[in-house]
Design a protein around this ligand. Structure first.
Ligand SMILES: Cc1ncc(COP(=O)(O)O)c(C=O)c1O
Length: 405
């Protein structure tokens, strides 16, 4: 990385944001100016190991050469057409993404929340047209402690009061059951149910991994009851857990898959609803869309992401380095760590409140040159780029041990 061009200091830039930027985030006090691989650099030239990877949007690290090259090549040729016309990149993207995920059709969108909204719309339409649910009676069953995004419909079925307070009235048609509870799900699904919408691992909740058999149970239940299984793999998918998709750990293929974050290679927002033909086939011209969804730049980067995943290298790295991550965290239990949950290169670490809040640990790690993010007060999330080396990972675990001491 060469020297940053920014002439204003970090403190100055943080101060400058205050009056002009909505206060909907509480970032750690670091101003990133450059990045490469697993490392970012602030405006003063200090380097930090990125152990958050843009909430898994940077699974392949910052500025992965193959992704940057694909983006540059596309920038030089064609960037946007809208879906009023065809573009010469979209067919390949959709075909390879469908193949990678063992599904049939793709609805390209931009952000994760849009993919979730689109999945909800498609499931409702499927319920009316294919399942025969009476008009406007469709229900969707979701899990408590979910995180699916920030739109008004999505926060309608959140159980996080901070996400909801002040944003009503809410969209009806959702039933909330405890996560990881098949009996509760069985009781909630009835003839009006269009879909069960779940994260295979609940990321924002603190990397909550369900019991073995839960996802296979949801698959069996939804099939038996004649409703769709929508898996939101926006955070858990695309290599993070050691498989292309987290549902693969239980050999499950959902009816509808929601992807986002890493699908854009950390370069552009790219999301998608990927589904069986019977489901996405319900959409007809004019019923849904997005100006930017499926744009040629997004399709080019998305195709390059699929190509990286087709090699299996990133899934293998997540599996192998996941062993190092779990081993390092296990050694910290009782030494400032109360417990942790992990799968692949993804962990939620519960910090002993006697040692500090999640935020305080994040601030201390920042001073040690390691970036993490807290969630729910006392938990920190670790989700480094899948390109991290074992030495870098051990360095981050060493820094954690130091700040907990
Ligand atoms: C599981 C899941 N779904 C949906 C979203 C929303 O994605 P976006 O922030 O791109 O709208 C997120 C974001 O963290 C997520 O983790």
């Amino acid at each position: 990385m060469s020297a940053p061009a920014q002439t204003r200091s970090s403190a100055d830039l943080i101060r400058a944001e205050e009056p002009v930027l909505a206060h909907n985030y509480h970032p750690l006090p670091v101003v990133v100016a450059r990045a490469e691989g697993t490392w970012v650099e602030d405006v003063e030239g200090r380097r930090y190991l990125d152990m958050l990877a843009g909430y898994s949007a940077l699974n392949f690290g910052h500025r992965h050469p193959a992704l940057i090259e694909a983006a540059h090549r596309q920038l030089d040729r064609l960037t946007l057409t809208s879906r009023a016309f065809h573009n010469d990149r979209l067919a390949e993207f959709a075909q390879r993404l469908a193949e990678l995920t063992c599904l049939d059709m793709v609805l390209p969108m931009n952000t994760g929340a849009e993919a979730v909204e689109s999945g909800i719309k498609v499931a409702r339409k499927w319920a009316y047209e294919v399942k025969g649910v009476p008009a406007d009676r469709a229900t969707i069953v979701v899990a408590a402690e979910n995180f699916h995004g920030r739109t008004t419909t999505i926060v309608s079925f959140s159980t996080d009061e901070t996400a909801r307070q002040g944003f009503g009235p809410f969209t009806p048609g959702f039933r909330i059951v405890p996560y990881n509870d098949l009996a509760a799900l069985e009781a909630a699904v009835d003839e009006t149910t269009a879909a069960v919408l779940l994260e295979p691992i609940q990321g924002e909740a603190g990397v909550v991994v369900p019991d073995e058999g839960y996802l296979a149970g949801v698959r069996e239940l939804t099939r038996r009851k004649g409703c769709l299984f929508i898996a939101d793999e926006i955070q858990s998918g695309l290599g993070r857990t050691g498989r292309t998709l987290a549902v693969e750990h239980e050999s499950v293929v959902p009816d509808v898959l929601l992807l986002g974050k890493a699908l854009g290679g950390g370069i552009v927002p790219v999301s998608a609803v990927v589904a069986r033909r019977e489901v996405l086939g319900v959409l007809r011209p004019g019923e849904h869309g997005s100006t930017f969804g499926g744009n040629p730049l997004a399709a080019a980067v998305g195709t390059a992401v699929v190509e990286l995943l087709e090699t299996g290298e990133y899934q293998r790295r997540a599996t192998e380095l996941g062993v190092v991550l779990r081993g390092g965290l296990a050694a910290l239990v009782g030494k400032g760590v109360l417990g942790f949950r992990a799968r692949g290169l993804w962990a939620g670490v519960d910090i002993d409140p006697a040692v500090g809040t999640g935020r305080e640990i994040g601030e201390r790690l920042l001073r040690e040159g390691v970036l993490v993010k807290d969630t729910h007060g006392s938990t920190i999330r670790l989700a480094p780029p899948l390109t991290i080396t074992s030495e870098e990972l051990e360095g981050a675990l060493g820094a954690l041990e130091k700040v907990l001491a």
